[in-house]
Design a protein around this ligand. Structure first.
Ligand SMILES: Nc1ncnc2c1ncn2[C@@H]1O[C@H](COP(=O)(O)OP(=O)(O)OP(=O)(O)O)[C@@H](O)[C@H]1O
Length: 358
């Protein structure tokens, strides 16, 4: 079997190469260049150290290696989606889009198509049921990354391999140390894909600029301060508001009038909701429910956290509606709600959260 291994120079994908070699495969390693530098060289994200480590891994295991660029594709797809979402007052998820459109989209069209499988260092597994492949959660529930993968389609999932999905992060680090891999002690990357390496606010400011607006207390209508533009703020956000006497949480945004509404204190009712409406639901493998009038028991996540929340899903026309068993903080339109079976084993798909006035 011909395998393309996507290797970033981080510990997880380095161990992917080791695991594949141990299993008797001879993967071709691909490092994808998606630095954030643009034509003016404004945002610079040097990939040289990553490429050095990836080259070392390729040599150590005697694998072919290619450094490829999906720079423009990343800008055209993920960056423009992110800016557009933020401008519309939504909370984007560039990680999910990067996986769907870049790592398993453009990469597949240009290079992956020559291979039988594409392997990555995501914490996820696949499960075969009645001859069909499903995305399923990792052994390490804390590191599970299925939520970032929940926009992929059936062709994509059936081609993917996650060689470390059945290992705990601690086991991955042990292997890397025993094998003397230079990535053994590298820090984990912190979400937001390639955008994560740059200052998010600088990036947003570059594209959307600044516009002063009011911060208003939701309950009293009192003006508490100023902000530089609603696009810097997200529903549920606590830090970076510059208000005293906190904690303050962003509850609502009026994008037409550029107003941010906040509430004070932990556990304030306005921060919570139990109903989540989803638009454009993407089933990864298939719709397991078909037409149904009642509800189905599920677990779900609305952000990248280790916990799964229990709830029930029902269909309302083209929408899906989740009623959560517990109150959830910071339900942000634009984010994806990722839906799992009730055992939190199979990841069924995801839909984009829309305002609840439906
Ligand atoms: N620049 C890149 N080139 C090739 N593959 C990449 C690149 N960045 C990420 N990947 C692939 O996507 C997977 C998940 O990426 P993520 O950014 O979440 O890194 P991670 O979980 O810290 O993993 P790692 O330790 O391998 O960097 C990686 O394990 C790797 O297989």
């Amino acid at each position: 079997m011909n395998i393309a291994a996507l290797v970033s120079g981080g510990v997880d994908s380095s161990v992917v190469v080791h695991q594949l070699k141990e299993a008797g495969y001879d993967p071709t390693i691909f490092y994808i260049r998606i630095g954030m530098e643009d034509k003016d060289g404004y945002i610079d994200c040097p990939a040289e150290e990553d490429i050095e480590i990836t080259t070392y891994i390729a040599r150590k295991y005697g694998c072919k290696m290619e450094v490829v660029s999906l720079h423009e594709e990343y800008w055209e797809n993920v960056v423009s989606y992110t800016i557009d979402a933020v401008k519309r007052g939504l909370t984007p998820n560039p990680d999910m889009m990067c996986n769907k459109l870049i790592k398993f989209g453009c990469f597949e069209q240009k290079w992956g198509k020559e291979f039988d499988k594409t392997a990555t260092g995501h914490y996820a597994t696949t499960t075969e049921i009645d001859g069909k492949v499903y995305l399923s959660t990792a052994k390490d529930k804390f590191k599970d990354q299925t939520d970032f993968l929940a926009q992929v389609d059936y062709l994509q999932i059936s081609k993917l391999m996650f060689p470390i999905g059945n290992l705990l992060k601690s086991e991955v680090r042990d292997i890397a140390e025993k094998q003397g891999l230079p990535s053994a002690k590298r820090k984990d990357s912190q979400g937001i894909c390639f955008l994560g390496k740059i200052n998010y606010n600088d990036f947003i400011e570059r594209y959307l600029g600044k516009r002063t607006g009011k911060i208003i207390e939701l309950e009293t209508g009192k003006i508490l301060g100023k902000h530089n533009g609603y696009w810097f703020h997200t529903i549920g956000q606590r830090k970076g508001l510059g208000l005293s006497g906190g904690p303050w949480f962003v509850i609502k945004k009026d994008i037409r009038r550029n107003i941010i509404y906040v509430s004070n204190g932990y556990g304030v009712e306005t921060q919570f909701g139990k109903t989540i409406n989803l638009q454009g639901f993407n089933f990864i493998t298939e719709d397991p429910w078909g037409e149904f009038d009642d509800e189905r028991e599920i677990t779900f996540k609305i952000r990248h956290t280790p916990e799964f929340t229990h709830g029930r899903i029902r269909r309302i026309g083209d929408l899906y509606r989740i009623e959560s068993d517990e109150k959830i903080q910071g339900i942000a339109p634009g984010q994806f709600s990722v839906v799992y079976d009730k055992e939190s084993h199979l990841c069924l798909g995801s839909g984009m959260i829309i305002d609840d006035q439906v």
